[in-house]
Design a protein around this ligand. Structure first.
Ligand code: ATP
Length: 362
């Protein structure tokens, strides 16, 4: 991590009774970083965020904010405002009054409050709605009010819990751009909880992937996408073929590996610390798979076409080997037309050793 951390989780555990919601979380967030926390429902994302906000206390371990231990400190002493999916705006106050609210709570005088609120309304391009009621705004405008209300105290860190999930797809993309630009312009640290892979991967500097209270991987989107640590992360991303094989021998610096009734080669460097006879898991991106007509028995695995999914300019062909291994091959429509791809058709599928990524955590 280049900069000083603004957040540090040191062996943080959260239990509700006997249930472990967060299992020993250790991570840091750099100042000015955009960190997304994602994972399936119930994996502990919101609990992690709520502990940072002071809405839950860790059962074990310590949380540091800007170098200060904050365990037990109430939320109003932390300056970690949160934007919720529901936005939680006050319907009986105007836009201006909503934005002024937390300054009022802090005893800031009327004139300064008005000026500061106007500045944030301006930044969020909603000044023209200052005197409207909340229920007279569109979904996107409400999002902007919620952001202005959270940012008006000029915090160092902003916590966001699925803030865009109630918006339609088009507005979601527009608000993603607003959030990304805002975060970069202000240099504020954003901690952003989401279910959405595309939100996390398009906005965040780093992504935390959680499963059942455990952090499975933390890294830049590119790194997680191309080098998932284990099968859970690879399955969660959903775009790669996941193989389990047995290492046989290493004739020319590459491991011959038995997989799904056939053989493949794995780069020696990517298979460190393992010996012949051991099991190994690796992935190959669907876009890195090659197709061949049957008859070319030297190449790859023989498989039967199961079906096809249309994905814009390309398609994903789903196949299955005799051993039950599922395969995904992504190609342009033109490339696929060179083959018989009707369900039940037989093809051969291969890949290059350099397209394989060994899952180190398996
Ligand atoms: P979602 O995406 O559905 O919001 P999440 O990953 O944010 O899920 P959390 O809200 O952090 O999940 O909850 C993690 C687990 O802890 C869940 O199984 C939840 O039921 C449980 N949990 C959360 N809060 C409490 C509580 N106050 N008492 C008991 N169990 C709780």
């Amino acid at each position: 991590m280049k900069q000083d951390p603004i957040v540090k989780f040191d062996s943080v555990v959260k239990r509700f009774g006997n249930f472990v919601a967060v299992e020993r979380a250790d991570f840091e967030i750099a100042k000015g970083e955009f960190l997304a926390i994602m994972g399936s429902s119930g994996c502990g994302k919101t609990t992690t965020l709520r502990m940072l906000a002071g809405l839950e206390d860790p059962t074990e371990g310590d949380i540091y904010l800007d170098g200060q231990k904050v365990n037990g400190r109430p939320t109003w002493e932390r300056d970690t405002p949160m934007v919720w999916q529901s936005l939680a705006l006050f319907p009986f106050l105007t836009v201006q009054e909503n934005v002024e609210f937390s300054l009022k709570m802090r005893g800031v005088g009327r004139r300064v409050r008005r000026e500061r609120a106007r500045k944030w309304l301006d930044k969020m391009q909603i000044t023209e709605f200052a005197d409207r009621n909340i229920n007279q705004l569109s979904g996107g405008q409400r999002q902007r009010v919620a952001l202005a209300r959270s940012l008006v105290t000029e915090p160092k860190i902003l916590l966001l819990d699925e803030p865009l999930s109630a918006l339609d797809a088009h507005l979601k993309v527009r608000m993603q751009a607003v959030l990304s630009n805002l975060q970069k312009d202000l240099g504020i640290t954003f901690v952003y909880v989401t279910h959405s892979l595309s939100e996390a991967f398009s906005m965040a500097d780093r992504v935390v992937i959680m499963s059942r209270g455990r952090i499975e991987q933390i890294g830049a989107p590119e790194e997680i996408y191309h080098k998932p640590h284990n099968r859970f992360v690879a399955e969660f991303l959903g775009s790669a073929n996941i193989f389990e094989g047995v290492l046989r021998d290493k004739p020319n610096g590459r491991w011959r590996t038995e997989v799904a009734g056939g053989q493949t080669l794995l780069d020696g460097a990517s298979v460190s610390g393992r010996t012949a006879g051991q099991r190994i898991s690796f992935i190959v991106g669907a876009e890195n798979m090659d197709l061949h007509a049957t008859g070319n028995e030297a190449e790859g695995l023989s498989a039967t076409v199961v079906g096809e999914e249309f994905v814009g300019a390309s398609a994903i062909l789903f196949l299955e080997t005799e051993t039950g291994q599922e395969l995904k091959v992504q190609k342009s429509h033109a490339e696929l037309r060179a083959f018989d791809t009707h369900p039940g058709a037989r093809l051969r599928v291969s890949w290059k050793p350099e397209s394989c990524h060994v899952l180190p955590g398996e």
